[in-house]
Design a protein around this ligand. Structure first.
Ligand code: MLT
Length: 244
């Protein structure tokens, strides 16, 4: 079982993803938000790269069956129901609804995983569930970090390290790529205090400046949303809601 980490979606070529288990990570905040919506009972999430795509998709849904969701440059989008704050995705808001979501980096990373054998959504909020699911597959696995504006984002890489740290205890002799080794070592050295590790990172600082401290606290809460989110045929659902 080979484990490889790519710092941004553009670092991975299509051939690196083809027929692999692909784990997409955008801790601050897209995958944390997606997992919060899933555990709070949304029907499904449809990720899109562009705002126009989301608005056009909404025309195919009954008025109260969907929500327009997402952000650009950390801020909510005018006319949308929800931003990209996981704290907004309560059961009262999202239960049984289809969420049409677009974010600056995260949904772009999800849509990058074309030709993957399976696409798993991961954040610090579901590392144990994700590690259990990945270990059970016993397949070569690739971690795609969403990054920030095309740059390396420490929060995503240290989360890949958290999952890899767990896999090392579940899978016999996994073969780690160089960034997988670095990610796991970074997690092991900082698991006790991720905020100190991340407080000077680009996106963490931007979110603090935008007054989103509570979002950061939630997104870095270990196993706050212990579900496995799967992206398949254009739709994200909790693993057990796909008919195999
Ligand atoms: C993203 O997808 O770029 C991030 O989740 C941005 C954010 O919501 O802070």
């Amino acid at each position: 079982m080979k484990l490889n980490v790519y710092a941004t979606p553009d670092c991975a070529a299509d051939k690196d993803l083809k027929d692999k288990i692909v784990v997409v990570i955008d801790v601050l905040r897209a995958t944390s938000t997606i997992l919060a919506a899933l555990i709070n009972g949304c029907k499904e999430i449809i990720p899109a790269v562009e705002i126009e795509e989301v608005i056009n998709m909404s025309k195919n849904y009954e008025k109260d069956s969907f929500l327009l969701c997402g952000e650009r440059n950390i801020q909510g989008i005018d006319g949308f129901h929800l931003s990209n704050s996981p704290l907004e995705y309560t059961a009262e808001q999202v239960a049984d609804k289809t969420l049409l979501l677009t974010t600056t980096n995260g949904t772009r990373a999800i849509k990058r995983a074309v030709d993957a054998k399976e696409v798993i959504l991961c954040s610090m909020t579901n590392v144990d569930a994700a590690a259990e699911h990945i270990a059970a597959q016993q397949e070569d696995t690739v971690f795609i970090c969403a990054g920030t504006d095309g740059q390396f984002s420490m929060d995503d890489v240290v989360t890949a390290g958290a999952v890899i740290n767990r896999l090392k205890n579940k899978v016999e002799n996994p073969s780690l790529g160089d960034l997988a080794v670095v990610a796991e070592a970074m997690y092991r050295a900082n698991a006790h205090d991720l905020h100190t590790l991340l407080k000077d990172s680009l996106h963490y600082k931007r979110m603090m400046e935008a007054g989103l401290e509570e979002d950061i606290r939630y997104c870095l809460t270990l196993n706050a949303a212990p579900v496995v989110g799967i992206f398949r045929d254009g739709v994200i659902k909790i693993r057990d809601k796909f008919q195999n």
